[in-house]
Design a protein around this ligand. Structure first.
Ligand code: ZN
Ligand code: ZN
Length: 346
């Protein structure tokens, strides 16, 4: 085992604080990664504060991890020491169920092993990326292309693939009208990626406060949802709507924006149910669905796509000691557009 420095939550209410954790010894198929940067995802905050259910403390959050391979196991073939690599939301899965066999580890029917707060193969609780190193089985580690700035690459590992996977699955591209609801960590990357795919991109944000950014990042149109006329003017417009908001929204209003056979995909995970009228779907044979992150193959495909199109996250780089302030600011949507922790400061 090796000892890593880390920042951990010790309760649902106390600030995160510096600590040390043990990482397992490198097994035959494992890769040990010296972490360089770790993004702060809204899910980290929901998890450590117990919003999605009780957890065991202390817990080290973080599932937007980039770093350099420091050690490999005897049977590792996918990575070598010195490689630039990343780890996202999952670090293992059952490898036996239909979804795993289809390469959809994020939908593992036996429950994927998440990067933090999950039960690991050895029965311990997984600890995430707010740390100086991590040990992960090689096929859950992806390559980070050289031309993506390393710090700005970190958020791609969750926010990037969470938006890329549905955009790719529902064929965002030339001739398609795509709406991105919410201009935050997920939303700003969805704008960049959908634009690079060739779609006509519209941002639907509560206000116009981030309109200049939205247009700069690739949006063709930008509307405020606080303006009632937005919904009337855009009725029946979109082939695809990505809802990145993690609070409940009025489903009828958003579904009415879909064109014939259009699809609304929910990426946020509100704790409360959202009522849906079947009539909102019947009117234009609309579909309502949700996706959860992406597979390992989709994560690699997304990183390669971002490298090819010069896409990375807009970030605010912080020291580990600033993580609690950053959490408060994320909850106020006061970040442009993702906080990234410099692991050298942990
Ligand atoms: Zn995340
Ligand atoms: Zn499985």
């Amino acid at each position: 085992m090796t000892t890593a420095r880390a920042f951990a939550a010790t309760s649902a209410t106390d600030p995160l604080s510096a600590t040390t954790i043990q990482r397992r010894s490198v097994g035959p198929n494992d890769v040990r990664i010296d972490i360089a940067y770790s993004g702060i995802c809204h899910s980290d905050i929901n998890t450590v504060r117990g919003a999605w259910g009780p957890i065991n403390y202390p817990l080290v959050p973080g599932h937007e991890i980039v770093g350099t391979v420091a050690e490999i196991g005897s049977d590792v073939t996918l990575h070598k020491v010195g490689d630039r690599v990343g780890v996202g939301c999952t670090v293992n899965s059952c490898r036996e169920c239909a979804n795993c066999l289809a390469g959809q580890q994020n939908y593992c029917l036996n429950g994927a092993t998440y990067t933090y707060g999950s039960v690991d193969r050895d029965g311990s609780t997984t600890q995430g990326g707010y740390a100086t190193e991590i040990v992960v089985v090689e096929d859950f580690v992806v390559r980070v292309p050289e031309n993506i700035p390393f710090d700005a690459a970190a958020p791609l590992l969750c926010a990037g693939v969470t938006t890329y996977a549905p955009l790719a699955h529902w064929n965002a591209g030339p001739g398609k009208k795509v709406a991105i609801v919410g201009m935050g960590g997920l939303g700003h990357l969805a704008v960049k990626i959908a634009h690079a795919m060739g779609a006509e991109v519209t941002v639907l944000s509560q206000t116009l406060s981030k309109k200049d950014d939205g247009i700069r990042l690739g949006a063709d149109h930008y509307y405020a949802t606080s303006d009632e006329s937005t919904f009337a003017n855009l009725a029946g417009t979109f082939d695809l709507i990505l809802n990145t908001i993690s609070a409940p929204v009025d489903m009828w209003s958003y579904l009415s924006l879909l064109a014939f056979d259009g699809t609304m995909v929910n990426l946020g995970a509100p704790a409360e149910p959202m009522p849906v009228s079947v009539f909102a779907l019947m009117g234009n044979r609309r579909s309502l669905t949700a996706t959860a992150i992406g597979s390992i193959a989709e994560t690699q495909e997304m990183l390669d796509f971002c490298a090819e199109h010069g896409i990375a996250s807009e970030i605010e780089l912080i020291n580990a000691s600033e993580v609690n302030t950053a959490y408060d600011r994320v909850l106020k949507s006061d970040v442009r557009y993702r906080f990234v922790i410099d692991a050298a400061t942990i």
